[in-house]
Design a protein around this ligand. Structure first.
Ligand code: NAG
Ligand code: NAG
Ligand code: NAG
Ligand code: NAG
Ligand code: NAG
Ligand code: NAG
Ligand code: NAG
Ligand code: NAG
Length: 366
């Protein structure tokens, strides 16, 4: 009885278990996140255990490709194709998305029409935009701080921009990055590098996004203008020249000033000497004149000394005592008017005066 029951139960259990075992297939390895450049391919693997019947690929929730264990893959568009690999009793379906677009970015799902975990991943489509340094060539002088602008246009996402000089990385503190939205969901970025070069160098702006195998780069050759130092040197020479010229000119100026002063002093001395001599001459002349004047004055005084003559006249006047005093007084001034001719006149007078008294005397005699 017991063995009969066991013989009945075992097949029942087996028949009960077999369907469960038959449907107990699953995704052993789901797809992985993928980041690709727009225009390139994107591939996703989905590995399922034996017993699978159907495998459906969905992009952003929409079925794009179906693979059945019996009929293989059913491709409806050229953009979505698949390959398959078999390893043991595991089957791997590889989805290939051709010519990826930015709009393909999203969830990629592998469905076996059974509840399963780890059956989805994400596709990231990125856009490799343009990159340029706006300054084509730079000539920088010593101590000159320059700003070099690197511009990234039409990227998705906005790239990380970094800088290199020759082969060494420039510290992030030397540049500032800005991002701005562009058209069609793309992004622009601007990096401004500020530096004070001390040598000629090749500056490279690097723009990186995950999908790029290596960062896109743009370079500019910065020429350190040594002529600035030469100019400085020449300026030094100029300054020394200026100093030399200034010293020489000032020396010459002093010499010239001394010469001028000496000449002026000599001239003054000559003039003074001439003036002195002239003045001496004048003085002597004046002295002579003065002497003449003195002589004249003396003669004048001597003329005054005529008073004795007048006195002499007056001495004669006592002879004219009989004449009215007014007449002698009037004749006195008249005589003074003819001082110069006094000596000539006087004898006449002398003759006149004695005559009239004689006449008077004659009259009296008559
Ligand atoms: C895949 O991408 C999603 C979304 O960014 C992220 O959450 C997840 O951790 C990524 N998976 C792996 C394995 O990196
Ligand atoms: C998918 O799996 C196959 C076989 O292991 C491998 O050659 C291929 O590179 C895988 N593809 C991806 C996208 O991982
Ligand atoms: C696997 O790929 C081969 C050709 O590469 C194809 O003939 C076959 O149908 C595929 N199998 C499945 C299950 O898709
Ligand atoms: C990215 O774009 C630049 C400029 O168009 C190009 O030189 C470079 O080859 C591109 N990189 C890739 C990986 O396509
Ligand atoms: C540059 O700066 C240094 C230090 O301040 C100074 O010695 C030098 O003269 C400067 N050079 C020029 C060309 O200005
Ligand atoms: C480099 O180009 C940017 C943008 O054209 C400009 O603002 C900047 O002054 C330039 N720098 C030099 C050193 O010429
Ligand atoms: C960069 O390289 C150039 C030659 O390519 C060299 O003349 C210059 O000195 C280098 N500059 C620096 C900062 O190393
Ligand atoms: C710049 O890119 C070119 C190819 O586009 C590459 O050969 C070169 O090594 C890159 N330079 C740097 C500094 O990354």
């Amino acid at each position: 009885m017991e063995s009969f029951q066991k013989s009945i139960l075992l097949p029942l259990i087996l028949t009960a278990l077999l369907p469960g075992l038959a449907f107990c297939y699953s995704i052993t390895k789901g797809p992985s996140n993928a980041t690709v450049l727009a225009g390139s391919e994107a591939r996703f693997n989905c590995t399922v255990s034996a017993g699978w019947k159907v495998l459906i690929w969905l992009s952003k929730g929409s079925p794009v490709l179906t693979v059945t264990s019996s009929q293989g893959s059913v491709e409806t568009t050229d953009r979505f194709t698949s390959r398959n690999y078999t390893s043991g009793d595991e089957f791997t379906s590889e989805l290939i998305i051709h010519n990826t677009q930015l709009s393909d970015t999203g969830r990629i799902e592998c469905s076996i029409q059974q509840p399963s975990e780890n059956n989805f991943a994400f596709l990231f489509v990125q856009v490799n935009g343009s990159l340029l340094i706006k300054n084509s060539t730079l000539t920088v002088k010593e101590n000159q701080t320059v700003e070099i602008v690197c511009e990234a246009l039409g990227w998705a996402p906005a790239p990380d921009i970094s800088w290199m000089t020759n082969d060494s990385v420039i510290d992030k503190s030397s540049y500032v990055n800005q991002q701005s939205p562009g058209s069609n969901g793309l992004h622009n970025a601007l990096s401004t590098l500020t530096l004070t070069p001390t040598d000629s160098e090749v500056l490279t702006c690097l723009a990186d996004i995950e999908a790029l195998p290596s960062p896109q780069n743009a370079s500019v050759t910065l020429i350190f203008d040594n002529s600035a130092a030469e100019n400085e040197y020449s300026e030094d020479n100029r300054s020394t020249w200026v100093i030399v010229v200034a010293v020489v000119l000032s020396f010459l100026g002093i010499v010239l000033l001394i010469v001028v002063i000496v000449v002026a002093v000599r001239c003054c001395l000559k003039r003074r000497g001439s003036n002195y001599q002239n003045e001496i001459r004048k003085v002597s002349a004046e002295k002579k004149k003065d002497g003449d004047l003195d002589d004249r004055q003396r003669s004048g005084s001597e003329n005054l000394g005529y008073i004795p003559e007048e006195l002499w006249n007056t001495e004669q006047s006592p002879r004219l005592v009989s004449l009215p005093p007014k007449v002698s007084k009037i004749s006195g001034p008249v005589d003074n008017l003819h001082i110069s001719s006094v000596p000539k006149v006087r004898p006449q007078r002398r003759t006149d005066y004695p005559i009239s008294p004689k006449k008077i005397r004659n009259v009296t005699l008559v």
